[in-house]
Design a protein around this ligand. Structure first.
Ligand code: ATP
Ligand code: MG
Length: 383
């Protein structure tokens, strides 16, 4: 396997004021298991499109490889899953076993191949499309957020599956998943793009060390700038005073034989020194701008619940049963939720997590899907 290289990549979408990528040079090996990370909207999906030459860009892309992209577009999801996969993978009856081999590794029940694709659970659809990537080892795989629809078991299965493979880029916001899967990190940062060996944890440790050292330098520079500014101000005040004093002819505390020329000369020297100090402080300030360039800023999350009393009960469920298509999703459930509590709602795919949220929102479609009682305290707004 070869390498993949971008040289001086510059790209922006037509309506973007600043380029998404500017003069980016980037190289990685086609045998790596790369995790592509970066905040929402940084350009991860776009980078995968650029690799596939789906978008025009300035600069060079050097590679002999062909790429597969997940998630593929399913033209007609009402077709049988088997037919959908055959079409996408350009397979026939004699070669379809390759898909079955991969589906087995992904622990997918092969019976589902005989269902219409759109009746597969989102987790099964994900695994079916992933299986398609790896039937052919001559491609480099571009895998865009495979974890979105997977429950924890599904994520572990896919992580284990990808551990056995090489030669792919995977985008995921799930750190635990990435730690299980990748051997390199490709990171789209605020100010640049970096490639680093190791898993997500290794990348994070390096990142934290860098931020710490930059913060330390930053605070040193800050105090130096403050000191320099004070000194510059003092010097400039002295020189102005001296200059004024010379002209008024009343310089106090100066030796009697100092003539006006000498005072003027000294004032000029002091002024020059003040100017030098100002320049130094400006340089220090510029240096500071180079620091902390990649530090990610997170706005604090505030929850507007001031109107609630501590310990006030905000939600009561009594014998709550959620139903889907006439089937009960859970055993009768009774519990209370109090103000200020932060509760995680967990469960495998298909256990009814979203249905529960919809029941809380009292959506009209839920009327016939909830039995038991769900009481929300008055004046509580569910967002
Ligand atoms: N077709 C398009 N036309 C114009 N702007 C676009 C287009 N596609 C994406 N963008 C913009 O380009 C930026 C990068 O988008 P992209 O989808 O590549 O980000 P991402 O890193 O994949 O984000 P996420 O983590 O949310 O998937 C965003 O600001 C997005 O709004
Ligand atoms: Mg994306």
């Amino acid at each position: 396997m070869g390498t993949i290289q971008f040289k001086q990549l510059t790209f922006n979408y037509p309506d973007q004021a600043t380029p998404l990528f500017k003069d980016v040079t980037l190289q990685f090996d086609a045998s790596w298991r790369l995790g592509l990370i970066g905040r929402n909207g940084r350009g991860k999906t776009t980078l995968l499109k650029l690799l596939q030459r789906q978008l025009e860009f300035d600069g060079q892309l050097k590679t002999d490889l062909d790429f597969h992209y997940f998630p593929q577009t399913v033209a007609d999801p009402s077709q049988l899953a088997r037919d959908v996969l055959m079409t996408l993978g350009q397979l026939d009856d004699s070669t379809f076993w390759q898909i079955e081999r991969e589906l087995n590794l992904l622990k997918v029940d092969l019976d589902c191949l005989w269902q219409p694709f759109n009746t597969l659970s989102p987790g099964e659809q994900t695994k079916a499309l992933l299986a398609l990537l790896f039937i052919d080892e001559h491609h480099f795989q571009l895998i865009d957020e495979p974890t979105n629809h997977l429950d924890q078991d599904g994520r572990d299965t896919v992580a284990h599956y990808l551990q056995q493979k090489t030669g792919f880029i995977v985008i995921s916001h799930d750190r635990h998943f990435l730690n299980q899967v990748i051997d390199h990190v490709l990171s789209i940062n605020r100010a640049d793009i970096t490639v680093q060996q190791g898993d997500y944890q290794t990348w994070q440790t390096t990142q934290e060390q860098q931020t710490q050292s930059e913060q330390h330098q930053n605070s040193l520079l800050k105090s130096e700038i403050k000191r320099l500014n004070q000194t510059a101000q003092q010097k400039s005040q002295w020189s102005q005073q001296a200059e004024r004093g010379k002209n008024a002819g009343s310089v106090k505390n100066e030796s009697a034989n100092l003539d006006k020329g000498f005072i003027g000369h000294r004032a000029a020297k002091v002024m020059k020194r003040a100017t030098t100090i100002t320049a130094r402080s400006e340089q220090a300030a510029t240096e500071k701008q180079g620091l902390l360039k990649n530090v990610e800023i997170t706005a604090p999350l505030t929850i507007n619940n001031q109107s609630l009393k501590p310990q006030q009960i905000v939600l009561t469920a009594t014998d709550l049963v959620l139903e889907q298509d006439g089937r009960a999703l859970n055993q009768p459930l009774s519990f209370e939720l109090k103000a200020g509590q932060q509760v995680a709602l967990t469960g495998a795919n298909g256990t009814g997590k979203s249905t529960f949220i919809k029941a809380l929102l009292a959506l009209p479609e839920m009327q016939h899907q909830v039995s038991g009682q769900l009481t929300i305290a008055p004046r509580i707004k569910v967002s």
